[in-house]
Design a protein around this ligand. Structure first.
Ligand code: 5GP
Length: 196
């Protein structure tokens, strides 16, 4: 391990974790840099390649899997792959920064397992699956079919919450932001377990 800590935020999509992660990235004292994931899904709205994701074809993604380029990867939805490139984490460590991940629950727990001493794994819990559906519909970025696919997955994901270090209940956004900020600040200021 070459330096910083790893902060994982995982949750069903629509739970508000991306809003929380964006807020944390604005807090300079936390010294965080966003881990840009690779994905084979199509670009949404104003998303930028290299900023929101490294967008790649399924073939390109599979080639990277074969070459061992990923720290973790997941077929999050059928034929839609997401993964963290090893080079991405090295890039951020080389900057002397802490890495923050916005990834699915399986990927998040995998990172925690690989680096247990330096990882804080946080699960963001939406008020309910029903509320999640309302939020996803409001976002208006996806078809009903894709929304239903995400909702079906959300119920399974909710069951993994107890495996995380910490659960943030996102009933009220401002409270969730404050709680997240305090939690990450505390974790970052603690010495890593491996250095104790
Ligand atoms: P979205 O399509 O809404 O951007 O993301 C769909 C899901 O994939 C989310 O739960 C998101 O956190 C997850 N995801 C994004 N990047 C990664 C990654 O690098 N690895 C894994 N395992 N999941 C990811």
């Amino acid at each position: 391990m070459e330096g910083g800590k790893l902060i994982v935020f995982s949750a069903p999509s629509g739970s508000g974790k991306t809003t929380i992660v964006r807020h944390l990235l604005l807090q300079e004292h936390l010294n965080l840099e966003f881990s840009v994931s690779a994905t084979s899904r199509e670009r949404r709205g104003a998303e930028k390649d290299g900023k929101d994701y490294y967008f790649m074809s399924i073939d390109e993604f599979k080639k990277n899997i074969k070459n061992g380029a990923f720290l973790e990867w997941e077929e999050v939805y059928r034929d839609i792959f997401y993964g963290t490139l090893k080079t991405e984490v090295h890039r951020i460590w080389a900057m002397g920064k802490n890495v923050i991940f916005d990834i699915d629950v399986v990927g998040g727990l995998r990172i925690k397992k690989k680096y247990p001493d330096v990882t804080l794994a946080v699960f963001v819990k939406p008020p309910s699956v029903e509320e999640l559906k309302i939020r996803l519909k409001k976002r208006k970025t996806e078809s009903d079919e894709k929304i239903n696919m995400r909702i079906a997955k959300a119920s399974i994901e909710m069951a993994t919450a107890p495996q995380f270090d910490y659960i943030i209940e996102n009933n009220d956004l401002l409270t969730a932001l404050k709680e997240s900020e305090e939690l990450v600040a505390r974790f970052i200021s603690e010495p890593s377990k491996e250095k104790e």
